[in-house]
Structure formats: C-alpha cells, structure tokens
Design a protein around this ligand. Structure first.
Ligand code: UDP
Length: 432
C-alpha cells in the first residue's frame, strides 16, 4: 500500500475491545481509557482525519450500524467486549477480527494504520494490520509489569505479562503517557526503545474550569468551614482508597476534615461497603461521604469545592484526575505515581508523598492543607500552569507518531518529541 502524502488527512482505525468510549465513567471498567479514546478520536477528527473506533457500544445501542461520535469520528459496535474478560477477548482475536472485517467491508472503509488500546485488543489489531498491510501503533494504558512492580491489584495473569512483552516487541510504534511508563516498558522490552513515544494525556479545559469555592460548597451542601479532601476514580484496589482512609485516621485531630468519594459501582458495590466498614472500624464513618458516580459535567463542582484532590494509587499509568483538578484550580496530594510524579515534583501544584505508607500520604495532605494553596488567584495560576495539556496537544503527538511510521522513519520517539519541548508534557527536558 502506498503511504499517504505527508500532509494528507489520515484514515485511522482504533481498536479498543475492553472499554468503550461511552460507558458510565467511574464504573470499574470505564475510566481514563474511555475518556482518552473519546478525546483523542475527537481531536483527530477535528483536525480533519477520519477515525473509526471499533469498541463496545453503549448499553442501550443494538445492531451493527456505525454511530457518529463527533465530526469525522464513528463508533463501530463490537459487542464481544461488553461482558468478556480481557483474557477472553485476547483468546477470541480471530473471531473478533471477523466481526471487524464485516463492519469495515460494509462501510467500504480503508485505513492507513491501526491504533490499538489495552493488551486485550493488541492481538486482534495485529491480525487486522497483517490483513490490511498497515502499521500497528499500540497503547497498553496500564502495564502488568507496572502493576506487579508496585504490587497494585491482584497477581497479573502470566498470559497478560507475556502478551504485553510480545506485542511491544512486534508492533511498529508505542505510545505511553508518562516517562515512568516508558521506563517500566523498556525494562521488560528493551528493543522497543526507538519505537516508544511519550505523549501525555490531556484535559478538556472548556469543561473543567474553576467555580468559586463558596458557591461550589453551597451548591453541594458542604459547610464552608470544612477541610475537604476529594477522591475521584474507579473503586478498584490499585487506586488505594483504603490507603487514603488510613491516612485520614492519622489526621483525626483535624476535626473539620471530610472525605468525599466520587466513583464506584453504586450503593451495592461490595468494595465500597468494605471501605465504609474500614472507616467505621476507625470511628471515622462521619467523616466520609460516598457520592456515587458523577458525570464529567458535574465534576468541576466537586473539584472546586475541595481543598485538595487526593490520588492515593499504588500505580497509575497517568491519572487524568490530576489534570482535571488542576484545571479547576484545586491542588493535588498524591503518592508518587503517573502524571503526579512529574507534575507535583516542584511543590507548586500540590504535594507528592515521600512513599506509599498511609503516614506519608497523611503528611502530604496535612502540609497542603496548612499552606492554603487555594484562593481565586491561586486557582487561576494552577490552571495556567498546565495550559500545555490540552487534548489537541495529545492528538498532535499521536499524529507525529503516525506520520513518522507512515513515512518509513524508524524513530517515533524523536517524531513525538519534535512536537513539543520534550516528551510533549510542556515541562521541558529536565523532568526525565
Ligand atoms: N470519572 C467520572 N465520574 C466518576 C469517576 C470518574 O467522570 O464518577 C472520570 C474522571 O473524571 C477521569 C476518569 O473517570 O476522567 C478516570 O481517569 P483516571 O486516569 O484518573 O483513572 P483510570 O480510570 O484511568 O484508572
């Protein structure tokens, strides 16, 4: 197949079998990956490229007709992912490719490349690339090796570890969202070095903007004098909610301290019930409010009402909530993971815990509460400090990787770096 001209609009197939772009955010299988897919596809579409996303459809959609998601972006429903585990999806790769091929033929679509997301999609994408004679760009989103290294979540399935290593070695280009992810990846697949680009994820600055704190608290019914620590995310063990609750036990002397928990699988979520019991056992049940899932449109109210966002994770590949909080003018206290690790290092946007013990996180939270980083002036300056992280920048970084591959250049990491100061994060070369 002839490569497209260097400035031509591209036709991109994205394959994401495990998480779709339209699920309820904050549920156990719908989080950052879904946000990222939707934003990346939307920005590529806005720049004039065509994106067909092969992914699970939203719950109420039936049939095989493509759904328009944004200008130039369509969702082709691949229902296999809705109830299958990642391992099943990996094992059903050939069958799923059959579905994708049928949908593609019916739409008479042709692609310049495939960008696949998460390990469960990698094998199907590999087979598609072979059939269509196009390059394969892979984003793993989280790495089994990372989870194992930071003892996050359960034992990672050995098939996943082996598959990620094999896919990373075989694909044409890799995109990872943070320098730490690249380091972990290269440790288990050193040959991927020249093919791996760091392209940080972004934030929607239109949607995530500061609301005056008094107003946000009034609208949420939060007493103005409270010290509010906010958690936003899926409720899965590697997110570290239990660590955060133990950290709050260290801070029980701060009588006005409250924790708001946003996310989870609803009132019957057994994990949430366990966490509530954990707080009860410490006599802190009155200090926590489980708010359930909140839509992205309503989230700025929560970020703006909080004194700080806490990110207590054992492992993150990025952590979109960090950018969202900062875009709303709220500082962050975090364990040293993902985007927090390089965004908070200089202490100007929040505090990085010195380790993963609850006491380390408690110190970071207390220090941040005591420094009064929150004021209207500070909110604007926090927001400005991450101005480089719009999703259009992420799309430009991904596009540089695509173009480098299509023009036959080998070093995709250089291609992506060429779009920005360093790895694309806007922080300059020194952060690596
Ligand atoms: N989120 C949401 N509503 C919720 C909980 C989470 O919209 O109730 C969104 C949150 O705003 C963020 C995403 O889900 O955009 C979580 O992404 P992150 O990278 O922080 O975590 P991941 O899910 O990738 O582990």
């Amino acid at each position: 197949m002839n490569p497209p001209a260097p400035s031509a609009a591209l036709s991109i197939a994205m394959i994401s079998l495990h998480s779709g772009p339209l699920g309820p955010l904050g549920a156990s299988r719908t989080g950052g990956l879904s946000v990222c897919l939707r934003a990346l596809a939307r920005e590529l579409g806005r720049a004039g490229h065509r994106v067909d996303l092969f992914a699970p459809p939203p719950g109420d959609a039936h049939g095989e007709e493509p759904l328009p998601l944004a200008p130039n972006v369509r969702l082709f429903p691949v229902a296999a992912g809705i109830s299958s585990s990642a391992l099943d999806l990996y094992r059903q790769a050939e069958e799923i490719l059959g579905t994708i091929e049928r949908l593609r033929r019916r739409a008479a679509a042709r692609y310049d490349l495939v960008h696949s997301h998460y390990w469960a999609s990698g094998r199907t994408a590999e087979l598609a690339c072979r059939a269509w004679g196009v390059p394969h760009v892979l984003t793993l989103h989280t790495l089994a090796a990372g989870k194992r290294r930071f003892r996050a979540g359960g034992q990672e399935h050995s098939v996943r570890l082996a598959t990620e290593r094999r896919l990373a070695a075989a694909c044409d280009g890799l995109i990872v969202p943070s320098p730490r992810e690249k380091e972990i990846l290269l440790r288990f697949c050193p040959t991927a070095s020249d093919r791996t680009a760091v392209v940080p994820w972004g934030v929607d600055f239109e949607g995530f903007r500061p609301i005056p704190r008094r107003e946000a608290r009034r609208r949420l019914g939060i007493p103005q004098a409270s010290e509010v620590v906010l958690y936003v995310g899926r409720v899965v063990p590697e997110k570290g909610l239990k660590r955060l609750m133990s950290a709050l036990a260290h801070l029980r002397g701060r009588a006005r301290l409250r924790l708001l928990v946003v996310g989870g699988d609803g009132a019957d979520d057994p994990r949430l019930r366990l966490l509530a019991a954990h707080m009860r056992a410490r006599g802190l049940e009155n200090r926590v409010t489980f708010c359930g899932r909140v839509t992205p449109e309503a989230l700025p109210l929560f970020y703006s009402a909080a004194d700080l966002l806490a990110l207590p994770s054992s492992y993150e590949s990025f952590g979109l909530v960090v950018l969202e909080a900062l875009a709303c003018g709220t500082p962050v206290a975090a364990t040293p993971v993902g985007a927090a690790e390089f965004l908070l290092r200089d202490g100007k946007r929040g505090r990085l815990a010195s380790g993963f013990a609850p006491a380390d996180l408690a110190r970071a939270i207390a220090d941040l509460l005591d420094t009064h980083l929150h004021s209207p002036f500070m909110a604007e300056s926090l927001r400005r400090s991450i101005a480089a992280y719009g999703w259009e920048r992420t799309a430009a970084g991904a596009l540089a990787v695509y173009r480098a591959l299509l023009s036959g250049r080998e070093n995709t990491s250089t291609a992506a770096a060429g779009t920005s100061l360093c790895c694309g994060c806007g922080l300059g070369r020194g952060h690596r």
